[in-house]
Design a binder for this molecule. Structure first.
Ligand code: ZN
Length: 447
């Protein structure tokens, strides 16, 4: 039994003082508030619940910082995608596993305890199926075991390059399935989810570009888990969807799919006020990836009106260009301030913005990955602490100071009761990061 004594801890949406959290068999067994520390307790200043990272393409971690040179004309998402395809097309399964381990390790070091892995790199480099059709899914599962992060597998169905079932392009050859092949992958995913502690399974039609309405209907029948889809990330995607159907992507989904709280709309950047209201009322979670959306120049999702209609959101690291929970929350708030020319947009009057951002992302992220989160008796012991030793701080402001200020990092982290991070470093960091450095230098040399 481990007992953590927190001078302060975020319990629900309140900062409580003098908290003892008892952990047994990977779960929070008991929470005592307003008590004294006892001999043998592990003492920490400030304890927070582990955060779900609802959207990641782990293989893209290898190209972080390598697509930041301007091309000949105006640069865009689509030029970034060209670089991403080059990387994605060249890596082998061992390299993929090494990259996933690096990304997952960094997530745990940053306060994420679970990742929704939206994985679409399925096949061999020439596009042929591996002898084991779940080769890459198993590599990702192995990386989650090595790093300890909870895993929500979201195998991606990808069949077309554009709306209306157009044929895939050569650069997409490692992504492509038909429905029968995809069902085989889902069956193996179900076995992994059963055998792997902390794992569960949903699925992800990549986008309305990549799956036809008939395929989408068949996919929905294949799972009782979460359904994630990229939607309305780019203006061109919205224009192409209107040209194809007369409707905008979010509008089309709300009109044609049984959207409810099993669904997570990733990005949903370009939405009208009526789409915002209908999406919020459907129960679909908004899967926001503020660092990647800023990096790719996507646009800004209207969070405050979505919240005003009762909508829920979570955050994801998506392209993994910079894996940082505090950056995701900070940029989420700052993008709203810049677009609304206002301050403290996401908090209600009198509330701390940091606490509001954190608790809303925790709630929405858990809902999107169908895995409970929070410091609650009976739940998985997923926790992290802040290193407040370098700054003057107060309990009331510590979460704001961490997100918006400087000098505060994650100190320790536990997933399912296992202590994985101490002093900001993952227990496997030396080995995982040296393997990763070699893989990236080989990939860059080969490119
Ligand atoms: Zn994505």
């Amino acid at each position: 039994m481990t007992v953590i004594f927190a001078e302060h801890a975020l319990i629900g949406d309140e900062i409580k003082s003098d908290v003892r959290i008892s952990i047994a068999d990977g779960r929070i067994e008991r929470i005592e508030i307003g008590v004294k520390a006892e001999a043998g307790d592990e003492r920490h200043s400030f304890v927070l619940p582990g955060m779900p990272n609802l959207h990641s393409h782990t293989f893209q971690r290898a190209m972080a910082g390598l697509a930041e040179t301007r091309g000949p004309g105006a640069d865009s998402f689509w030029s970034w995608r060209t670089v991403m395809y080059q990387f994605g097309l060249s890596m082998n399964p061992e390299q993929l596993e090494a990259i996933a381990a690096q990304a997952f390790m960094e997530m745990v070091e940053q306060g994420f305890s679970r990742v929704g892995e939206f994985h679409y790199l399925h096949h061999d480099r020439d596009g042929s199926l591996y002898a084991n059709p779940a080769e890459h899914l198993e590599r990702i599962a192995a990386a989650s075991v090595e790093t300890g992060i909870g895993l929500t597998m979201l195998p991606v169905f990808y069949a077309h390059s554009g709306f209306g079932g157009t044929a895939p392009v050569e650069g997409q050859r490692r992504f492509i399935h038909d429905l029968d092949q995809f069902a085989v992958l889902m069956a193996r995913g179900g076995e992994i989810a059963r055998d792997l502690p902390g794992a569960n399974l949903g699925l992800a039609p990549h986008s309305l570009r990549a799956a036809t309405p008939q395929e989408l209907a068949a996919l929905i029948e294949m799972t009782s888990g979460p359904i994630h889809i990229h939607v309305a990330e780019q203006v061109k995607e919205v224009e192409d969807c209107i040209a194809w159907s007369g409707q905008r992507p979010v509008e089309w989904l709300l009109n044609h799919a049984p959207v409810d709280d099993r669904w997570c709309f990733i990005h949903a950047t370009h939405v009208t006020p009526s789409e915002v209201e209908r999406m919020a009322k459907s129960g679909a979670i908004a899967g926001l990836c503020p660092v990647t959306e800023a990096n790719l120049g996507d646009g800004i999702f209207p969070v405050s009106s979505f919240l005003g209609h009762g909508g829920r959101f979570g955050v994801g690291t998506d392209s993994n260009v910079s894996i940082s929970l505090r950056e995701e929350l900070q940029i989420l708030e700052y993008s709203q301030r810049l677009s609304e020319r206002s301050r403290n947009v996401i908090a209600a009057p009198g509330q701390s913005t940091g606490v509001s951002l954190f608790t809303k992302a925790l709630d929405g992220g858990a809902a999107a990955l169908k895995s409970p989160a929070g410091i609650v008796a009976g739940q998985s012991a997923d926790l992290f602490t802040l290193d407040l030793s370098n700054v003057p701080w107060s309990a009331k402001h510590a979460i704001d100071q961490w997100i918006f200020g400087a000098g505060i990092g994650v100190d320790c982290a536990w997933v399912r009761g296992q202590k994985l991070v101490s002093g900001g470093r993952h227990v496997g960091r030396d080995e995982i990061s040296s393997r990763f450095r070699k893989v990236v230098s080989d990939l860059v040399a080969a490119g």
